[in-house]
Ligand binder design. Structure first.
Ligand code: SER
Length: 315
C-alpha cells in the first residue's frame, strides 16, 4: 500500500462521498481523513467536523493527522453562488488560498483542486472546446474557478507547489447528491423516473452540456494525482470529457428502460448559465499527458443510475 495521509475537504458532498471510499481502497481507510461541516457518516476511517474557511482549524487537522495530500472539494456551485455572490466568492477563494499556503509552507506535499466547465463563457467556442481558448466566464462560480486556476498555476511556478486540477463536466451520481449546480437536472431526473413521477426540467430540451458519470470522474481524479510529476504539463486545470447530451436525449435514453416516463420543460435562471457553457469538450491534453479515457457512455451511465437510484430509494 502506498504511504500517503490524505485529507478530504467537503467529504460529505457529491464527489467526496465516493472519493473517500475509492481512496480508502488504495491507501487504507485509516489514512483518509474525511472532513465537512457535518459528520461524514459514509466514511469508515477518521472523520472530523471542519469549516475549511477557518485556517487555524484546518492547519490543526493537517498537523494532527500528519497529512501529506489534500483533496479540496469545498465550493459553492454555480446556481447557489449566483444567489450569494460575495459569500460564494469568499468561500471558493479563501479555502483555496488556505490549502495553497499550507503547500507553499511545505506542511502538505500535494493538492487536488477541482475546476469546472464553468470557467468558459459565451465567447468560448461551444463545440469541442479546446484546452486553451477564450475564457470569459459570466457566473460568480466560473469567475472563482477561473481565478483559482491561475492561482494554482502561480503557486506551482513561484513556489513549486504540486497542485493538480480537472475542469469537471456536470457530474452524475446516485450515492452522493449534487447541491446547487446547473447540471443537477441530470441527477434529479433519475429520481423522478424511478419513482414513476413526471420530471419538470429547469433546462430546455435542446441544452447540450458536457457530463460525466461519477465513476469516471473519480478514476480520472485519482489517476491524475498518481501520475508522475513529469507528465503534468498543465497546472491551471485539465479539460475532461465524458458524455455530451441534452435533456431530450437523456429522457429518451431513460425511456428505453422506463417507457412510461414523462418530462416537461420550465427553464429558469439556470438556463442562462447553461447557455454560456460549452456543449462538448476536447480533452486531448488529459488523454496525452496521463492516459485519460472515459469508460461510460449514455447507455451504461443510465443503466447504472437507474439501478443505483432504485437501490438507494429502497434502502
Ligand atoms: N456542475 C457544476 C455546476 O453546475 C459545474 O461545475 O455548477
Amino acid at each position: 500500500m502506498e504511504m500517503e495521509r490524505i485529507l478530504v475537504l467537503g467529504a460529505g458532498g457529491q464527489i467526496g462521498t465516493e472519493l473517500c471510499g475509492y481512496l480508502s481502497d488504495i491507501y487504507g481507510s485509516e489514512n483518509v481523513v474525511a472532513t465537512d461541516l457535518r459528520p461524514v457518516k459514509s466514511h469508515v476511517g477518521p472523520s472530523e467536523i471542519l469549516d475549511a474557511s477557518d485556517f487555524d482549524a484546518l492547519e490543526n487537522i493537517v498537523n494532527t493527522y500528519q497529512i501529506t495530500t489534500v483533496y479540496h472539494l469545498v465550493a459553492m456551485l454555480s446556481a447557489t453562488a449566483e444567489k450569494h455572490p460575495v459569500k460564494g466568492w469568499d468561500l471558493n477563494m479563501d479555502t483555496l488560498f488556505h490549502v495553497l499556503n499550507l503547500a507553499k509552507d511545505k506542511k502538505i506535499q500535494k493538492v487536488f483542486w477541482p475546476s469546472s466547465i464553468a470557467v468558459f463563457g459565451p465567447t468560448t467556442p461551444k463545440h469541442n472546446t479546446p484546452q486553451r481558448t477564450i475564457m470569459e466566464p459570466t457566473t460568480v462560480y466560473g469567475i472563482s474557478k477561473s481565478a483559482g486556476e491561475l492561482w494554482c498555476q502561480y503557486y506551482h511556478q513561484k513556489y513549486g507547489v504540486d497542485v493538480r486540477s480537472i475542469r469537471y463536466p456536470g457530474l452524475i451520481s446516485w450515492k452522493g447528491e449534487p447541491g446547487g449546480g446547473t447540471t443537477d437536472y441530470a441527477v434529479e431526473i433519475f429520481y423522478s423516473a424511478v419513482k414513476g413521477e413526471k420530471y419538470t426540467s429547469f433546462l430546455d430540451e435542446k441544452t447540450y452540456l458536457p457530463m460525466m458519470y461519477m465513476n469516471d470522474a473519480i478514476r480520472a481524479t485519482v489517476n491524475l494525482m498518481r501520475a508522475e510529476k513529469e507528465k503534468i504539463h498543465i497546472r491551471t486545470s485539465y479539460n475532461l470529457a465524458g458524455i455530451s447530451f441534452s435533456p431530450k436525449e437523456l429522457h429518451a435514453a431513460i425511456k428505453t428502460t422506463l417507457p412510461e416516463f414523462e418530462v416537461d420543460y420550465a427553464p429558469d435562471f439556470r438556463q442562462d448559465i447553461a447557455n454560456s457553457w460549452p456543449a462538448s469538450i476536447d480533452d486531448s491534453s488529459a488523454q496525452n499527458d496521463w492516459d485519460w479515457k472515459p469508460k461510460y457512455d449514455l447507455k451504461t451511465m443510465c443503466a447504472e443510475m437507474i439501478e443505483g437510484v432504485k437501490k438507494k430509494l429502497n434502502s
